[in-house]
Design a protein around this ligand. Structure first.
Ligand SMILES: [Ca+2]
Length: 109
């Protein structure tokens, strides 16, 4: 019973020097590390959300880009944009789908 407890303590993630105890300093370091980890996850979520919005806006504004190119008489630009549309929409849809997919997946974890 005691051995088991020691083994558990030895594997404790906060015990950095592996002596089976978590000293105050180790505890502080552990908390700091956890806090940084949460901050990183928060920043990552923000970045992903921004990227998804950017992709969505690009998709919504794409037709206007074609109209605009037509208006300023950039006929070739309009044609190229039209040719690109199929690939572009599929790629953006994939990005947005991946975003919402990972959101749903990590929520269920
Ligand atoms: Ca220790």
């Amino acid at each position: 019973m005691e051995e088991k407890e020691l083994e558990k303590n030895l594997n404790h993630p906060a015990d950095t020097n592996g002596d089976g105890r978590v000293s105050d300093e180790e505890h502080k370091m552990y908390l700091e590390f956890k806090r940084k980890e949460l901050d990183d996850q928060d920043a990552m979520r923000d970045a992903q959300r921004k990227m998804a919005w950017f992709a969505l806006f690009g998709m919504l504004l794409y037709p206007f880009a074609v109209v605009l190119a037509n208006l300023v008489k950039l006929e070739t630009a309009a044609t190229i944009l039209g040719d690109m549309a199929a690939t572009y929409f599929v790629s953006v849809a994939a990005i947005v789908a991946a975003f919402f997919g990972t959101q749903a997946y990590s929520k269920n974890k």
